[in-house]
Design a binder for this molecule. Structure first.
Ligand code: E4P
Length: 214
């Protein structure tokens, strides 16, 4: 499973990139807004830090508007992937961008049928939102079940779209994404850190340190 980092924060991206395990970045309007800086500047700087797919989201609108905005992003850097919302117009925009060989990430996916529609439109990636679905269903498994079912559906019909497990809240979501066959997990910086640290590792190291001093 490939890891993307789910943030628009340059320091977080810079730090995580030094670990050598981050293959791409996903942003969204909320993540960019947190950074209080012009959107295009943020995207450009991210492309300079990570040599891999960088998702930049178009604003919801009609297909013409989304395709126009997508062209702006796509012109910035060959690694840009256009994040398109899962709407009727978003599906039309995805189909058109696919015909121009511009890669897309259809976002805000909450059902298998939405994922199939996105795949049929040629989406490079589909992003089921695990955390938000779990919250909505008041369940710890709803997001994981969705990933599992999309995996089965895509495998049944050999859809080439890649599944990005998104809206990840904790390492358990990454475990579920890995077990159920997501191609990619896009992970917030805080969760990436939690995937490395463990209290027993810290405790074990302290004990080894003491032993070494003896
Ligand atoms: C994915 O591409 C989105 O940016 C992200 O995972 C949304 O997650 P949230 O539910 O934490 O906002």
């Amino acid at each position: 499973m490939i890891f993307f980092i789910d943030t628009a924060n340059i320091e977080e991206i810079r730090e995580a990139s030094t670990w050598g395990i981050i293959s791409g970045v996903t942003t969204n309007p909320s993540l960019i807004a947190k950074e209080n800086r012009p959107l295009l500047d943020a995207i450009k700087e991210i492309t300079e830090l990570i040599n891999g797919p960088i998702s930049a989201e178009v604003q919801e609108g009609n297909a013409d508007e989304m395709v126009e905005e997508a062209f702006q992003y796509a012109r910035m850097h060959p690694n840009i992937v256009i994040k398109v919302p899962m709407t009727f117009e978003g599906i039309k925009a995805t189909k058109r961008l696919t015909s121009y060989q511009i890669r897309t990430n259809v976002t805000l996916i909450f059902t298998v049928s939405q994922a199939i529609m996105a795949a049929k439109a040629g989406a490079t990636y589909v992003s089921p939102f695990l955390g938000r679905l779990d919250d909505y269903c008041e369940s710890k498994e709803a997001g994981a079940e969705l990933v599992k079912d999309i995996r089965t559906a895509f495998d049944n019909y050999h859809y080439p779209s890649k599944i990005i497990a998104a809206s990840i809240r904790h390492p358990e979501h990454v475990r579920q994404a890995a077990l159920f066959g997501a191609d990619v997990a896009t992970i917030p910086y805080k969760v990436l850190r939690q995937m490395i640290e463990h209290p027993l590792t810290t405790k074990g190291l302290a004990l080894f340190r003491q032993a070494a001093q003896k």
